[in-house]
Design a protein around this ligand. Sequence first.
Ligand code: HEC
Ligand code: HEC
Length: 107
Amino acid sequence: MRKAATALATGALVVSLGVLGGCAGGATSAASSVPDGAPNPMPASHAGRFENLGANGCYGCHGASESANPMLATATVVPEDHFAQGKYASMAFDSVREQCNTCHPQG
Ligand code: HEC
Ligand code: HEC
């Protein structure tokens, strides 16, 4: 949870740097607390979720709604740079992030 809070706090900075890039982008690691820029893999509990549900399925727990972010309280907060227009208020993941598993492999 500490990492999630840090990611949330640094989200605005990451957006201001315009980081949309690759899984191991140097700028991303400089702007966040992730040591080498590699984001966390999906937990073992997630096996098959991306294949079965796609990004919309992720959104059901990790997404933002009018009343909650994340929608499932125990889910990890997704950084704001993952959202359309870089804003939670868009209430949609950015289309360039839809292939979640390319950067967050199944752990
Ligand atoms: C049913 C609710 C649910 C769905 C659907 C879901 N997640 Fe999660 N996710 C969680 C919860 C709860 C956690 C917290 C840690 C755990 O379960 O081990 C988590 C943790 C994670 C983490 C680890 C974060 C960290 O800091 O270690 C990643 C990455 C992640 N989810 C990505 C995804 C992706 C990508 C999808 C879509 C394929 C997805 N999740 C779908 C509930 C969900
Ligand atoms: C282009 C690579 C990329 C894609 C695609 C991507 N992410 Fe991430 N994600 C990252 C990086 C890098 C971080 C580390 C923190 C940051 O960006 O501020 C991260 C952080 C996260 C976190 C916070 C926990 C952590 O690992 O630090 C969650 C949860 C998460 N992503 C979920 C998702 C979901 C859900 C999707 C699909 C809708 C997705 N990601 C797509 C690169 C990506």
